[in-house]
Design a protein around this ligand. Structure first.
Ligand code: FSX
Ligand code: SF4
Ligand code: SF4
Length: 309
């Protein structure tokens, strides 16, 4: 079964008849992706900077198929600080070898933002021949050799919480860091705090099998971030007729959450139909949307629990 670019995007957006969103990574599709990428699939190097590791935890929530299938069959993950068995200098030196050996052919994923304060010493990530290595150096080394880079999570894509007002560590998104270093490697932003596992796996799989997906003005794949949450929200009718939930305890099933601070009108992502935690719920159903997929989050969306001015 080979997958055309068009079919792939249709699957990601959940518009193929007979395939629900949860079927996007149906084991049959994993086989197709496995066949498309083949045994020589390009390596992926995953680096972690200033963040909470929530992006990786979210990735590990990819249950159907198991994350093991995704990691072992769809992608060839050569380095990931929290998932790999190896550690310390051995692992780090392996990452550097892979980046050199597959120069121009591998993909770098960055989770977390890059700190430039004190020459990057607020974020130390490795050891190379007895010398401490900063994240800044690691991202520069892998980034300038990569065929492409994927900034996963709000922190890597927009600076996120580490770069929020105050920003003591001079944290910045991957695109800003690349610009400062004169690195021309293309970057795809997959924001969200954390991003949905389908957004991460789907983007990586698209890049490996079909090339860079179509991106919006914020560098995000349109197949996941092309729709406004409010325009597609199940509570839109209530919004239009002024039926509002007044407190978080006031669980009126059909009331709009605008008065509680919902930022759905300012936010684009497909959470309203993809849903979270394997379809159990999503933010607006349980609380409000805080706008975590927008590049100027969190400062542009604070305070979270005040209505949009
Ligand atoms: Fe940031 Fe990743 Fe938020 Fe955390 O490390 S996107 S703080 S969920 O997990 O970078
Ligand atoms: Fe819009 Fe939020 Fe109300 Fe939904 S709950 S209609 S996204 S304001
Ligand atoms: Fe982020 Fe809003 Fe989606 Fe929740 S509903 S994950 S806050 S974009």
């Amino acid at each position: 079964m080979s997958l055309s670019r068009r079919d792939f995007v249709k699957l990601c957006t959940g518009t193929v008849a007979g395939f629900g969103i949860s079927s996007m990574f149906h084991p049959g599709l994993v086989q197709a992706l496995e066949a498309a990428t083949g045994p020589d699939r390009p390596p992926v190097i995953w680096l972690q900077g200033l963040g909470c590791t929530g992006c990786s935890v979210s990735l590990l929530n990819s249950l159907n198929p198991s994350i093991a299938d995704v990691l072992l069959k769809v992608i060839s993950l050569e380095y990931h600080p929290t998932v790999m068995c190896s550690e310390g200098a051995v692992a780090f030196e392996h990452m550097m070898e892979i980046a050199e050996k597959f120069k121009g052919k591998f993909y770098m994923v960055l989770e977390g933002s890059v700190s430039m304060k004190e020459d990057g010493h607020y974020c130390m990530v490795g050891d190379f021949h007895g010398r401490d290595v900063t994240l800044m150096e690691a991202v520069k080394y892998a980034g300038e050799r990569a065929a492409g880079a994927i900034a996963v999570g709000a922190c890597a894509a927009g600076g996120g919480i580490p770069a929020a007002n105050g920003n003591k560590t001079e944290a910045m998104p991957l695109t800003t860091f690349f610009k400062k270093m004169g690195i021309k490697t293309p970057v795809i932003n997959v924001p969200g705090c954390p991003p949905h596992p389908d957004w991460m796996v789907g983007t990586v799989a698209h890049v490996l099998t079909q090339g860079i997906p179509e991106l919006d003005a914020q560098g995000r794949p349109k197949m996941f971030f092309g729709q406004n949450i409010h325009d597609n929200c199940p509570y839109l009718k209530a919004y239009d007729s002024g039926i509002r939930q007044k407190t978080f305890n006031d669980q009126k099933d059909k009331a709009c959450r605008a008065d509680l601070g919902c930022k759905g009108p300012l936010t684009s992502a497909d959470c309203y139909k993809r849903r979270w935690n394997n379809g159990v719920n999503w933010c607006v159903e349980s609380a409000v949307c805080i706008g975590c997929t927008e590049i100027d989050w969190p400062d542009g969306f604070s305070p979270f629990y005040e209505p949009i001015a």
